[in-house]
Design a protein around this ligand. Structure first.
Ligand SMILES: Nc1ncnc2c1ncn2[C@@H]1O[C@H](COP(=O)(O)OP(=O)(O)O)[C@@H](O)[C@H]1O
Ligand SMILES: [Mg+2]
Length: 290
């Protein structure tokens, strides 16, 4: 499903003394099947933007098109229910939303709500628990007897149970250890490819944005500061630094090498693997002159 934001503005507590404009003039276009990373400081409007994707928030002005659905400020929330199924949001610390007495019931909750039979929902739960890297015997346990990382996986399975076409991830690895982060990010990437999802990831990790995303959207103080392929966005390291954002460590290394050796490295050096290759090529060029 193609997603298009046109001149979207969102004001919290509009028409009250507490009114706060969190988004303005947001124009964004996310093609179906893309993997898009949204980066930006805390408070730049990332979570507010995400919540417009399934109608949890409606724009104060402007329009959002998601496939055939059009979201404007005057739609009634009931009209937006179909979107809740098509667009799955994994919120920050999704484990805080677990509430059922067993893991199985928690994963089945969404599908049952959308009219899926109990048998089918349970079958789905068995499939998903393995997909998120847990064993089937976890299904009978209370979610509150699991570790933080396991709870996170259960909550993710609950979102996937609705078989969304668009998967929205708000800092999904916050608070996990490095191994857990890598496993979860790899899982999302596998899902993105296998299920042909449109994926929207909010992250503070420029490394993750560089590795997984086709497009990066940079948010700054409530509006879109820039959008492009990772290599385009990270080419602007100095402008990013001016708004207090950095580039991946590998891109910094590339810039240092270029300055030190007075050469241009053609590779964008978005991942460790690309960077190793670029350095190898640099060595083979340098050694010719020895
Ligand atoms: N429920 C809310 N009520 C009022 N203001 C809010 C609410 N949620 C967020 N804001 C404000 O909106 C702005 C954008 O916040 P948010 O979208 O959470 O940014 P980010 O996810 O990039 O950290 C911030 O100034 C924040 O204080
Ligand atoms: Mg946020």
């Amino acid at each position: 499903m193609d997603i298009v934001f046109e001149k979207v503005e969102h004001v919290y507590n509009a028409r009250s003394p507490l009114a706060r404009r969190a988004l303005y003039n947001v124009n964004v276009s996310i093609p179906s099947g893309a993997y898009v990373a949204i980066v930006g400081h805390t408070g730049s409007g990332k979570s507010t933007l995400l919540q417009h994707l399934n109608g949890l928030l409606q724009p104060t002005s402007g329009t959002i098109k998601i496939g055939d659905e059009i979201i404007t400020g005057d739609k009634r929330p009931k009209q937006l229910k179909p979107l809740r199924k098509k667009v799955g949001i994994v919120f920050q610390f999704p484990e805080h939303q677990l509430f059922e007495e067993t893991v199985e019931k928690d994963i089945c909750f969404g599908p049952l709500n959308f009219g899926v039979s109990e048998e089918e929902a349970k079958r789905k739960a068995r499939e998903l628990i393995k997909l998120v890297g847990l064993s089937e015997d976890v299904l009978a346990k209370s979610p509150f007897d699991l570790s933080g990382g396991q709870m996170r996986r259960v909550a993710i399975a609950g979102v996937l149970a609705l078989e969304p076409e668009v998967l929205v991830l708000d800092e999904p690895t916050a608070g996990l250890d490095p191994r857990g982060r890598k496993e979860i990010m790899e899982m999302f990437y596998r899902l993105h490819c296998e299920k042909r999802l449109t994926t929207v990831l909010v992250t503070h990790s420029m490394e993750d944005a560089a590795r997984y995303a086709d497009q990066i959207i940079v948010m700054h103080e409530g509006t879109v500061w820039g959008q492009g392929a990772p290599e385009e966005v990270f080419r602007d390291a100095d402008r990013l630094a001016a708004i207090g954002l950095s580039v991946p460590e590998t891109v910094k290394l590339k810039r240092e090498l270029e300055a030190r050796f007075g050469v241009a490295i053609p590779s964008p050096c978005l991942t460790i693997e690309q960077t190793v290759e670029a350095i190898q090529q640099l060595f083979s060029r340098v050694s010719i002159h020895d």
